[in-house]
Ligand binder design. Structure first.
Ligand code: HEC
Length: 363
């Protein structure tokens, strides 16, 4: 038996271009998994050579797992980064959570493949991932989108959810993470933790009632025509800062084509948590002038001599640089949070459907 398998393996190696042969070879390999490779150096060599030819494929991960082969963390991590959302990708990152792998993973979180790495870690639900995810969540300099993946991953496992809650209670989470943390923790399945989370992060209120969770809101159907009414009615205030096809005040980004830029979830978040993703060029600035005045707005142009600040309401004021004593960029959006409190959950969904339907500016 052993000999037959060995021959199949050897043939496969000699003719790797024949895909049928490769399949035979892999099948043969898988049957060998209970063999002590250290006691069979010839087979070990064939296994390792075969493995080499399978880089980037799911079987690579399976073989490393089945034969408990050490030293393949780099390739496992690469596989996990490329497939962070499937079972084998998650298996790959689990297999790399040893001393050598952890060091690589830490480096990867700071590198160009951060999103794949963090997504795989978040999906892995293993205790070793917890501290890495928590540390990332608290690193205010990292992109919020990345930290949100980390927070959602933490909330999937009880120890992670507990740790996240403890950090939140101690006030150690960055302010911009509050929405994501509240959203994730209010949705956990452990009653006690969920109750504590709901106390700490009261759910955003719609008109007269708490909003359903984000995941539910995203799936609700909306009425586009009614959404348009909600957008333009005075109590929503949207049109005091945004234009759609020339209607409304030109202060924040024009929304005539917003449906091609943002999906439903991102549109919802832009209302529920405006500071989460501040559009480039629309950052909030606070200027202080010599006469003691303060103004909050968006800087629309600046030269060595002058700074022009556009204020909510659409009016622009130009200041002489010499008169400005201090300019500070705020970490928060000028768009106020909590606007959903002027609408029922259904109206909020209608509003999102309306914005999602805006694909192109109309004359
Ligand atoms: C006080 C002014 C103000 C009000 C009121 C306001 N917004 Fe905004 N909004 C902004 C600014 C400024 C930005 C850009 C900065 C940012 O992304 O947070 C923005 C960003 C957005 C974006 C993202 C745009 C993009 O290109 O990514 C959407 C969508 C949006 N607002 C919708 C709304 C809706 C819907 C309402 C009413 C419920 C509303 N806004 C009310 C000022 C406002």
């Amino acid at each position: 038996m052993l000999k037959r398998i060995f021959i199949a393996l050897a043939i496969g190696l000699a003719a790797p271009h024949l895909s049928a042969q490769v399949d035979v070879q892999i099948e043969a390999l898988k049957r060998l998994k209970d063999i002590d490779l250290e006691a069979n150096p010839a087979i070990k060599k064939v296994v390792l050579d075969t493995l080499e030819s399978l880089r980037g494929q799911a079987v690579f991960v399976e073989i490393v797992r089945d034969f408990k082969l050490p030293g393949h963390e780099a390739e496992l991590l690469r596989y996990a980064q490329a497939h962070p959302g499937d079972s084998i990708g998650v298996e790959a990152i689990r297999l790399s959570l040893n001393d050598a792998g952890l060091k690589r993973i830490r480096d990867a979180i700071d590198g160009p493949h951060a999103t794949g790495t963090v997504t795989a870690l978040a999906n892995a639900q293993v205790p070793e991932a917890g501290p890495l995810l928590l540390r990332l969540a608290k690193e205010a300099k990292k992109p919020l989108a990345l930290r949100t993946i980390a927070v959602n991953g933490l909330a999937k496992a009880k120890p992670g959810a507990q740790a996240l809650l403890a950090e939140a209670k101690a006030g150690r989470l960055p302010a911009d993470l509050q929405f994501a943390a509240g959203n994730a923790l209010r949705g956990v399945r452990w009653n006690n933790l969920r109750a504590q989370a709901t106390k700490l992060f009261p759910p955003p209120q719609g008109l007269g009632q708490a909003l359903p969770p984000l995941a539910k809101l995203v799936t609700m159907k909306g009425d586009i025509a009614n959404g348009e009414k909600v957008f333009f009615r005075p109590q929503s205030t949207c049109a005091t800062c945004h234009q759609v096809n020339g209607r409304g005040i030109d202060f924040g980004p024009k929304l005539s084509g917003i449906g091609t830029k943002l999906g439903r979830e991102a549109l919802l978040l832009s209302i529920l948590d405006p500071s989460a993703g501040i559009s480039f060029g629309y950052e909030a600035w606070l200027l202080k002038t010599k006469n003691g005045a303060e103004a909050l707005g968006i800087i629309t142009s600046q030269t060595d001599d002058e700074v022009t600040l556009k204020l909510p309401g659409g009016i622009a004021i130009t200041y002489k640089t010499a008169d400005i004593t201090k300019r500070t960029q705020l970490p928060t959006s000028i768009m106020p949070p909590g606007l959903q409190a002027t609408m029922t959950p259904q109206e909020l969904v209608d509003l999102v459907s309306y914005m999602h339907s805006l694909k192109q500016a109309k004359p």
